[in-house]
Design a protein around this ligand. Structure first.
Ligand SMILES: [Zn+2]
Length: 465
């Protein structure tokens, strides 16, 4: 297992070498530069360009429910920061280590590994609040400016630095970037201790205003310190967010000042969070001093039956769960997945409608309706999903759903459309153009042409960056 991990590291490092070298060869003229990070619009453009180039290395978990929930958490917190109209891009990641990151332009990624150690929504919110605080204070830009490289930095160099901050490639990445064009950039690799304290302080205030327990911020720092003391390797999260003794004491001192916030209700109930947590940590090795995983055992055995195709057994275990777990949004998500397989479509319908009623902004119900159409052999693409695609074309899960639909009913025009968006969201503009051409060629004349125009526009806009 170890050698596989090392090969993975090597490949990631090679990609970083490529990124740095490409910044040297200068074959590509970028329309945006480091200076553009100074404005919000420039930052958003940079962030989107960065995401497209980095996406493949992020080990994304394209799970509509996870993305919807993370988005909802982030938007609730975002309103308590000075972030204006900055869009939020929520990324659920398959990484097993304790790590979360913020990249310029409102991009937040969270490893599923963090749920091994965090056992409440408010603790997760503490991590997210800390990340959003880095964004609201423009710590990326200020780090780069402090390193006096801002006028000479190219997008590719910056992208390399941000990738290193985000995915933490450790010393290797640091020396690579320093050996390349980006001398003095090491200070930009990790946030400074001052920025950490600032992020803790602003994160704490936002956490309180959003109605969460302030102590959870301090709890997270203690969890991290305990984890670090058990491990010989440096935690990825702590490499970019240095801990220091002063960070904890500074925070504890501030806790006393913020006593007047009232606790509100969380986005999901505690049983729901526990269910969600079990789903996220499936197959991961629990930490020695982590929260109890007792309640996860039946959920994990249910998932095991589901993965091996024993759907009726999985549904039986689900039906045997305590009602307080079943009647949760995590429960509905699982009920949808299970009943789609067992053919209990009335139950699928009912679970979908319940989620849609409580969270009208979530894409998960509409995506589930696509899978329901597939399960029922109804080759008509639900109208609502088309509207979502127009509103939220950046959501990869929509295009994956269209791909499943196209595959099931052999509708190749949709297959080409789905592949084009997938390629575009991964920064592969040539492939996207090719797939668009194929979609055009196979698009039925009776069908609305606007999806093609939208795609064409999006490809041209991305190319311009
Ligand atoms: Zn930090």
């Amino acid at each position: 297992v170890e050698s596989i991990l090392k090969i993975g590291d090597l490949m990631r490092n090679l990609l970083l070498i490529w990124m740095v070298l490409c910044s040297l060869c200068g074959t590509r003229a970028y329309a945006i530069s480091a200076e553009d990070l100074a404005t919000r619009n420039g930052e958003i453009a940079f962030g989107q360009a960065w995401l497209k180039n980095t996406r493949e290395r992020l080990y994304e978990r394209v799970d509509p429910f996870c993305i919807d929930l993370l988005e909802t958490w982030l938007i609730r917190l975002k309103n308590h920061f000075d972030l204006g109209s900055m869009p939020i891009t929520a990324l659920c990641l398959n990484g097993v280590g304790f790590n979360a990151f913020a990249a310029p332009g409102g991009i937040i990624g969270v490893n599923r590994g963090i749920y091994l150690d965090l056992d409440s929504e408010s603790q997760v919110m503490a991590v997210l609040a800390h990340e959003l605080a880095h964004l609201s204070q423009r710590h990326h830009y200020r780090s780069l400016r402090n390193s006096e490289r801002i006028s000479t930095g190219t997008l590719a160099t910056l992208a390399g630095i941000v990738a290193a901050i985000a995915t933490q490639q450790g010393q290797a990445a640091q020396s690579l970037i320093m050996g390349g064009q980006a001398a003095n950039a090491s200070s930009a690799l990790a946030y400074s201790r001052d920025y950490e304290r600032e992020a803790d302080r602003l994160g704490l205030a936002a956490l309180g205003r959003a109605g969460y327990r302030l102590e959870s911020m301090s709890e997270v720092l203690k969890i991290l310190a305990a984890k670090q003391s058990q491990s010989s390797e440096k935690l990825a999260f702590l490499s970019t967010h240095p801990l220091g003794i002063e960070r904890q004491s500074d925070l504890d001192a501030r806790l006393a000042q913020f006593k007047d916030y009232e606790e509100g209700s969380p986005v999901i109930s505690d049983p729901d969070f526990q269910f969600f947590r079990c789903l996220q940590i499936e197959g991961l090795e629990p930490p020695i001093n982590g929260p109890s995983n007792f309640s996860c055992s039946s959920i994990h055995s249910m998932l095991k039956h589901f993965r091996t195709g024993n759907f009726s057994k999985a549904l039986m275990i689900f039906d045997g769960l305590p009602t307080q777990y079943k009647n949760t949004f995590s429960g509905f998500d699982i009920e949808i997945a299970l009943t789609l397989k067992t053919g209990d479509f009335k139950r699928t319908e009912s679970a979908i409608s319940t989620v849609a009623l409580f969270f009208p902004s979530w894409l998960q119900p509409d995506i589930a309706r696509v899978d329901l159409a597939i399960a029922q052999s109804k080759p008509i693409l639900p109208r609502a999903i088309r509207e979502r695609m127009i509103q939220r074309p950046e959501r990869l899960d929509l295009w994956r759903a269209l791909g499943r639909f196209a595959q099931a009913f052999k509708q190749e025009h949709f297959m080409f459309e789905a592949r084009a968006w997938d390629a575009l969201l991964h920064g592969k503009f040539e492939a996207a153009s090719t797939q668009l051409k194929r979609a055009r060629a196979s698009w039925p004349t009776t069908l609305d042409q606007r999806p093609l125009d939208l795609l064409d526009q999006a490809i041209n806009q991305s190319k311009a960056l």
